[in-house]
Design a protein around this ligand. Structure first.
Ligand code: C2O
Ligand code: CU
Ligand code: CU
Length: 562
């Protein structure tokens, strides 16, 4: 029952060399842009058709999965991840009088219910919840976090030992936590090779010299990251500052974090991670689960008052893009993005978030007293329900018409422009084998080495037909533009750049400080970055975790000024 794939490329004969022995030429010849999954006989398969980025893709499931539509929706209240409390205060290493809070957060295997009518699900939690406790600090207030690995010795998700960094001789259970969006010295960044095993821990000092923003922490272990995050190792980190606190935005219980991600569950309420049909190589190029969770619950509800709320939304999914809207037809006022406040609120009807991106949204329930409103994703699928109380309340919060000025970095400040291709290698069948940044594997020598405090333009040249959310550690950046180009000519005529349209500015909701940018297919996405912070080795990568785990991640060095 072979469902043949379409291969949209010149994909000439592609030998069966493995990815690690391919030369640059092989790579560009084999770069194709499309694959689907093989559907093999002999397995009992559930076939799911998952819409993503405007088209359909077949995903083969080796096991029947739970259908969330079979559950009663909106029976569990939306949990709010607990705010972490310091265990202690310790002298900060800069010798100042101020002591820094010290947190010890342990990763543990837990059993918890994601829905009233499901059995407890085994997950890997930070502390005891998924998402883990929310860390909070003031800008400039440093903190110590000891991330302790107290996980069991065995992994419960399918490790692919053929991936770089996940070789069979390495222990199955390893972790290292990265603080996404934080400006931290390299030693505390959670470098993917700095993993450690159960019984060990890492002590990181986060200086937090940055503006108010909602950051997040998650596992970053080389070759395992997609599985460890899927298992539950993620949580929020909110940096506040006096500027933002002075704005009178909805706060306290009217500020609600919302961590969204998708999963599959088996009939026994346990997490299920699909595998490829290739024996010994379970890696799959993307995962789009049929169950969408909000703060770790499936289809929860939140009781709200008829007034303004501030929702701090994270797309914490492995690969799913969210396109959120309200069943009431009301709009969101977006006030912030990855790295904090926009210069002014932007009205959005649909809030789009790629994996790793955040949105700071104001929702006004003031005109909706007594209503039940559904937060929806694509295809109008429900994510959660808001139950607006009846009556009137006195809402003293406000949303100013200007927020924090975002000073545009001038292109003329850039000392260098790097052209970086986002590519994909497929096999003869059009199945994805690996994803690469500029044709380079993780283990190849560092090629991106900006100087501290210098400004660079990075052009992300996407020749695949997936959108890739590209994230740079340590820095924040601005999006310059996106421009359609001829990907075929680029790949087949020696990097010939033939534009197919005019440069398009970022959407208003993206025109602030970012740390993750959607590089759309067939487009060149340009970002401008000032490498402010620290000298040392960091990484940049695609935030689709399946891609990141299969070579779509590269080290980069911030080097000292000479
Ligand atoms: Cu969200 Cu390299 O991380
Ligand atoms: Cu990061
Ligand atoms: Cu990608």
């Amino acid at each position: 029952m072979g469902m043949r794939k379409k291969v949209f490329c010149v994909s000439i004969s592609f030998s069966d060399k493995t990815d690690s022995t391919m030369t640059g030429n092989d790579v560009s010849r084999a770069l194709t842009t499309r694959r689907t999954f093989l559907k093999r006989g002999g397995m009992s398969l559930a076939l799911l058709s998952v819409p993503q980025m405007g088209r359909h893709r077949q995903v083969v499931m080796a096991k029947p999965v739970l259908d969330p539509n079979s559950l009663t929706p909106f029976v569990d209240p939306l949990p709010i991840p607990p705010v972490a409390r310091p265990n202690d205060f310790r002298p900060s290493p800069d010798g100042g009088k101020q002591k820094a809070p010290y947190y010890r957060l342990a990763m543990r295997q837990v059993q918890s219910k994601v829905h009233r009518d499901m059995k407890p699900t085994m997950q890997w939690a930070v502390d005891s919840t998924v998402p883990g406790p929310t860390l909070e600090t003031q800008s400039g207030q440093g903190m110590f976090v000891e991330w302790a690995n107290e996980l069991p010795k065995a992994h419960f998700l399918p490790i692919d030992h053929s991936l770089h960094g996940a070789e069979a001789e390495k222990p199955d259970v390893r972790s290292v936590i990265h603080m996404h969006g934080a400006r931290v010295p390299a030693a505390a960044d959670g470098y993917p090779e700095d993993w450690y095993v159960p019984g060990k821990s890492a002590m990181y000092l986060y200086p937090n010299m940055q503006d108010a923003a909602m950051l997040w922490y998650h596992d970053h272990t080389l070759g395992l990251n997609r599985l460890n995050v899927y298992a539950g190792l993620l949580g929020l980190f909110i940096v506040r500052d006096s500027f933002e606190s002075g704005l009178n935005l909805p706060g306290g219980k009217y500020e609600v974090p919302l961590v969204l991600y998708d999963r599959f569950f088996d009939q026994n309420s346990q997490l299920y991670y699909p595998v490829s049909p290739v024996a010994g190589k379970p890696w799959i190029p993307e995962l789009f689960g049929n169950a969408i969770l909000a703060n770790g619950k499936l289809l929860p509800y939140l009781e709200v008052e008829p007034r303004k709320y501030r929702f701090r939304v994270l797309n914490g999914a492995n690969g799913r893009f969210f396109h959120l809207s309200m069943s009431s037809g009301q709009t969101f006022q977006q006030i912030g993005t990855d790295q904090g406040l926009l210069s002014a609120p932007v009205t959005v009807k649909i809030c789009s978030l790629a994996p790793g991106e955040r949105a700071d949204l104001i929702v006004d329930f003031g005109d909706h007293s007594g209503e039940q409103i559904i937060l929806k994703n694509d295809m109008l699928l429900p994510v959660m329900q808001f139950r607006v109380a009846k009556g009137k309340v006195n809402d003293e919060s406000s949303v100013p018409s200007t927020l924090r000025p975002v000073h545009k970095i001038a292109e003329s400040e850039a000392v260098k422009t790097r052209s970086l291709m986002l590519g994909e290698i497929t096999d003869l069948h059009g199945d994805s084998v690996t994803m690469l940044l500029n044709n380079a594997h993780w283990s190849m020598p560092v090629t991106e080495n900006p100087t501290l405090d210098s400004v660079e333009i990075w052009e992300l040249i996407n020749v695949t037909d997936d959108a890739h959310p590209i994230h740079l550690h340590m820095v924040k950046f601005q999006i310059l533009d996106r421009r359609r180009f001829d990907a075929f000519a680029y790949q087949n005529e020696n990097n010939l750049l033939r534009y197919r349209g005019n440069p398009m500015p970022p959407e208003p909701s993206e025109a602030g400080w970012k740390d993750t940018v959607r590089a759309d297919p067939g487009m060149i996405t340009r970002i401008i970055v000032k490498f402010e912070g620290y000298v040392g080795r960091y990484v940049w990568h695609c935030h689709i975790l399946e891609h990141e785990d299969n070579e779509m991640m590269r080290p980069y060095d911030v080097i000292a000024k000479s």
